[in-house]
Design a protein around this ligand. Structure first.
Ligand SMILES: Cc1cc2nc3c(=O)[nH]c(=O)nc-3n(C[C@H](O)[C@H](O)[C@H](O)COP(=O)(O)OP(=O)(O)OC[C@H]3O[C@@H](n4cnc5c(N)ncnc54)[C@H](O)[C@@H]3O)c2cc1C
Length: 385
């Protein structure tokens, strides 16, 4: 294991760190209030290549590898979560189905535009009756001549309202379900029968939208099955592989958020005076700071190690990725709670960013697989022969 970060990655991380500080941090509050990211900022993200971090270089992405991506997400985690979400779907769940299992024509057609941010991608698996039990989905796809006809309803889809292209999972064989009966499709927003439904009102993550997608006799050309006709029925595997990779980058960004909360808490504890002294002098505050730092240190080692392992062995790191997502998201929620406590009443006020982190981080224990589901994944890996 070698944690010496290559020079090119250091430079990329430095650029992102500067961008976060100079361009994103100053507008974090504005974005929270307006619930939208200004177009000129999205354009800067395109210019920096942030939409294509995880997309191979041959298709116009930066092809950073897992460690490189994690280092970038660690920095992106230090600012309003909606910024990493908009790039996160293109780099992760919105493109990885095509990266991992797409045909070379599909890769040529979609990946360069997803990598440049010209197209926005999304991932549509969850349905009202299929959340943790994703294989219980009800959306169907029936082959009629040269097209598949999709019918059903997805919900909680990040970026669904702005996506140009969605990876959609549908039942092609009711009896087989996850074992050969679910197929992944590349669906463009212009295909007839594709509609955006309700946009949800959420606890946090303002600036990033989550919505319903409706397929009403939606016509998808035969060649838009991810991986081509021979991959009909293999979509559930594609979904699970896509989610595995996202668990590492999600861990990295939550760890970055926790670091930011620690930095804010140290600053506040040094300047807030009570009983004639900065509160940093009180052991009760010091103990919280020490616990926060120790948790972050452990999380960082896990993220870097699992990412290094993935890059070095190119093996599926299912157990490690689930451990990273579980530990980092639970840890960041504990850290956010302590950060609010250290800020006292100010921690509850919208004038201070810790309040926003507290709300936004709550989601990380739920989406892309809840903490309970991560534990089930880890246990399954531990117990298998
Ligand atoms: C803001 C947001 C954005 C999202 N973005 C996307 C997206 O882009 N694409 C997409 O496809 N989905 C998306 N999701 C969906 C997300 O992945 C699901 O919400 C998540 O997987 C949980 O499913 P559920 O909400 O139906 O909860 P449920 O599955 O109903 O779970 C409820 C509770 O029961 C627990 N539980 C369920 N089964 C078990 C079990 N076997 N053992 C122990 N406990 C269990 C859960 O852990 C949880 O605590 C998003 C969700 C949110 C909130």
């Amino acid at each position: 294991m070698d944690f010496d970060i290559p020079e090119n990655l250091r430079m990329t991380v430095e650029t992102v760190r500067r961008f976060v500080k100079q361009d994103l941090e100053p507008i974090s509050r504005q974005v929270e209030e307006e619930d939208r990211i200004p177009e000129d900022v999205i354009q800067k993200m395109r210019d920096l290549g942030l939409f294509g971090l995880g997309i191979p270089e041959e298709y116009g992405g930066l092809g950073l590898g897992c460690l490189g991506e994690c280092l970038v997400y660690e920095e992106m985690g230090k600012v309003n979560a909606c910024f990493r979400t908009i790039i996160g779907t293109n780099n992760g769940i919105g493109s990885q189905g095509i990266v991992l299992d797409g045909t070379s024509e599909q890769k040529q057609q979609y990946l360069p535009k997803l990598a440049s941010g010209e197209l926005i991608g999304c991932f549509a698996l969850t349905e009202p009756e299929a959340g943790s039990d994703a294989a219980n989905l009800k959306t169907t796809a029936e082959l009629k001549g040269s097209h598949w006809v999709l019918n059903g309803r997805k919900h909680f889809i990040t970026n669904g309202n702005i996506a140009d292209v969605a990876t959609v999972f549908a039942l092609t064989d009711r009896a087989k379900r996850a074992k050969g009966g679910i197929t992944a499709f590349i669906v463009e927003k212009t295909f007839p029968g594709f509609y955006v439904g309700t946009i949800e009102r959420k606890m946090g993550m303002r600036g990033s939208h989550t919505c319903e997608l409706i397929f009403d006799n939606c016509l998808v050309p035969k060649e838009n099955v991810v991986g081509g006709q021979e991959n009909v029925g293999k979509g559930f595997r594609t979904a699970m592989k896509t989610l595995d990779r996202g668990r590492l980058t999600m861990g990295a960004s939550t760890m970055g958020s926790a670091q930011k909360l620690l930095d804010l808490s140290i600053d506040y504890a040094k300047q807030r005076v009570q009983f004639g002294k900065p509160i940093a002098h009180f052991q009760a505050i010091q103990l919280m700071l020490a616990d926060m730092a120790t948790n972050i240190y452990a999380a960082r080692q896990m993220v870097y190690h699992a990412a290094w392992l993935k890059d070095a062995t190119n093996s599926s790191v299912i157990k490690e990725a689930a451990m990273v997502k579980l530990f980092c998201s639970e840890m960041a929620n504990r850290v956010a709670d302590m950060a609010v406590q250290i800020h006292g009443g100010m921690g509850y006020m919208k004038d201070y960013p810790v309040e926003r982190y507290y709300r936004d981080l709550r989601l990380t224990r739920i989406y892309e697989g809840t903490s309970e589901i991560q534990r089930l994944v880890i246990a399954r890996e531990l117990l298998k022969d």
